[in-house]
Design a protein around this ligand. Structure first.
Ligand code: SAM
Length: 353
């Protein structure tokens, strides 16, 4: 490759050229192609978690006949399946008996593997990807949130599990000491609102959730024994105005589920319901202009294409533009939402001045 700096020609040596190309194409190798294209392990792991094989084994050793008695099916099928789990190192096989590996005991038993279930639930939807792309058809309502109750419960739980770990980092960014009222828009199981109210005894919060989801939110708030300070309101944010009079509004992982038009309207509505001097906190995966970085966000957009009528991950510039158009000022960020490896989100904070 030839380039020029200040008129003098720079010729890169072949080694540098190869490195540059590999970086541009993110180091694709035939081996990576094979592992990215393969789904056997993902399906085997997901199925084992879904059927709660690891819980069933617990601390004991059991054989394929016991699996047949417990789950149904045939001894041959269970032998094949349990052998595969042993081959990938999640079980240990001794003679004819299978037991959990230390990793499986620690991370996959007693609901610890439930975070994998929401991915498992999406298996059939992903199978329709080529069809969805070529027909351009997208679901009429967000899935599973407004379609399948049992799956919604599982997804909310796995989001809550992550949010509880992220909350301490996010709260460090929020002006909690200056705020008496918080509105958590699309608050799910209320993880962030509950954490904020626990941190700030003077804070009161309202969580707004979709009418089809709100019963999950109410139950979580009641279980947290904080219902005196955290109110729950069933409301479709695309159809009804938000309540007014808040010092702080949190919109966490809601923008990516909606279309750009709905998001612009949401931010205008958020501006109206903030008190003067109040702040809005947006937390989401914010992309570069090209839509290719972070790469996780680009992949997540495909999931959103399959699961929502209009959702995708939006570019930082796009979201900043919506904030300005809604009259917000003093935009700060993007900040990383947390240093946790599973959290790809950024945070933007803006003010109603
Ligand atoms: C990905 S979850 C985020 C939950 C939580 N804020 C978090 O960050 O963990 C998106 C939430 O927005 C809610 N939501 C989506 N569309 C909505 C709408 N039109 N009205 C009210 N809530 C909505 C969903 O029910 C869901 O709980």
């Amino acid at each position: 490759m030839k380039g020029s700096t200040g008129g003098s020609r720079v010729v890169l040596n072949p080694e540098k050229l190869r490195t540059r190309r590999a970086m541009r194409y993110k180091q694709w190798t035939p081996q990576r192609l094979r592992s990215t294209g393969g789904y056997w392990q993902a399906r085997i792991l997901g199925t084992a978690v879904h059927l709660q094989i690891f819980d069933w084994l617990g601390n004991s050793g059991r054989n394929a006949r016991a699996a047949t008695n417990h789950f149904g099916g045939t001894r041959e099928g269970w032998k094949i399946f349990l052998d595969a789990l042993s081959a990938i190192g999640l079980l240990r096989k001794r003679a004819l008996s299978y037991e959990n590996s230390p990793f499986a005991l620690r991370y996959l038993c007693s609901g610890n593997g439930s975070f994998l279930l929401s991915d498992y639930d999406a298996w059939n939807v992903w199978g329709r990807l080529s069809n969805s792309l070529t027909s351009g058809k997208r679901p009429k309502v967000a899935q599973p949130f407004f379609s399948k109750r049992e799956q919604t419960g599982r997804l909310l739980q796995s989001l809550d599990k992550d949010a509880r770990k992220i909350a301490p980092y996010l709260m460090a960014r929020l002006p909690l000491s200056r705020s008496k009222t918080l509105l958590d828009v699309g608050g799910g199981l209320g993880s962030f609102a509950i954490a904020c109210c626990r941190r700030s005894p003077h804070l009161r919060a309202i969580i707004v959730e979709h009418p089809r989801v709100v019963s999950f939110t109410s139950r979580a708030v009641n279980n947290a024994k904080i219902a005196k300070r955290v109110q729950v309101m069933g409301l479709d944010i695309t159809k009804e105005p938000l309540p007014r009079g808040f010092d702080l509004i949190l919109v966490s992982n809601v923008l990516h589920g909606q279309g750009a038009r709905e998001n612009r309207a949401l931010l205008r509505s958020a501006y109206r319901c903030l008190n003067q001097g109040g702040r809005i906190v947006l937390r989401d995966v914010l992309m570069n202009r090209a839509g290719t970085n972070p790469d996780w966000g680009a992949l997540f957009s495909v999931a959103l294409f399959l699961h929502t009528p209009h959702g995708r991950c939006y570019a930082l510039d796009e979201v900043r533009g919506w904030l300005r158009a809604a009259k917000f000022s003093g935009i700060k960020g993007p900040f990383r939402s947390s240093p946790l490896p599973f959290d790809p989100d950024s945070v933007l904070i803006a003010e109603k001045s």
